[in-house]
Ligand binder design. Sequence first.
Ligand SMILES: *Cc1c(COP(=O)(O)O)cnc(C)c1O
Length: 228
Amino acid sequence: MSQSNIGNQIKAIDEQLGSKAKLVAVSKFHPADAIREAYAAGQRIFGENRAQEMVAKYEELKNELTDISWHFIGSLQRNKVKYIIPFVSLIQSVSSIKLLDEIERQAAKYDRKVDVLLEVHVAEEDTKSGFSEQEAFEAVGLIINHPEQYAHINLRGLMTMATNTDDEQQIRTEFRKVATLFNKIKDEIKPFDFNQLSMGMSGDYPIALAEGATLIRIGTSIFGEREY
Ligand SMILES: *Cc1c(COP(=O)(O)O)cnc(C)c1O
């Protein structure tokens, strides 16, 4: 996709999302110039899935595009947390308590309170990570019941990825499971500021939107195919 199309794609997707959900432009594997193009079209939230790549883009753009929100959406190694903590606005992919504990430790060092989502695993693929629904429910309880232990964490909601399949009914069922869990947590545990449900990518975001997503993560439909 030529870069002049980036802005048009963003506007078209934004129109579909309306006020229901915010667009996270997934810029992984695309250069900083692609981010500049999207920024010029009004996009402010960008998602990356590798710590080093996100840090490099942040460093390149920080004095130029000062109001970007950087969302981390990939599997995060604990030894990389310290590199992104100074500037990340939302870590969407918290997949274990051990990782959460490291985020707390590093956020405390930098005297920041960091927004996070818990990643829930409902897809078929074992390669996708995250908490089971039951584990996620228990993790929220743990965090909420130990505010002193998680003083530098703002738990904002849940994130998930559906199975990579053409079976729309299966995708819908998976998104609905996580939306149901999200609402159950809101009703029963009532965490403060727990209002973000991140689900949907280029191939399945209309379903995610219909099932209640508030954050949609789109790469390919904005920036074109990635070259790995
Ligand atoms: C890459 C990625 C996306 C975007 O996927 P597209 O199919 O390119 O829209 C969304 N979420 C996560 C977690 C990703 O790693």
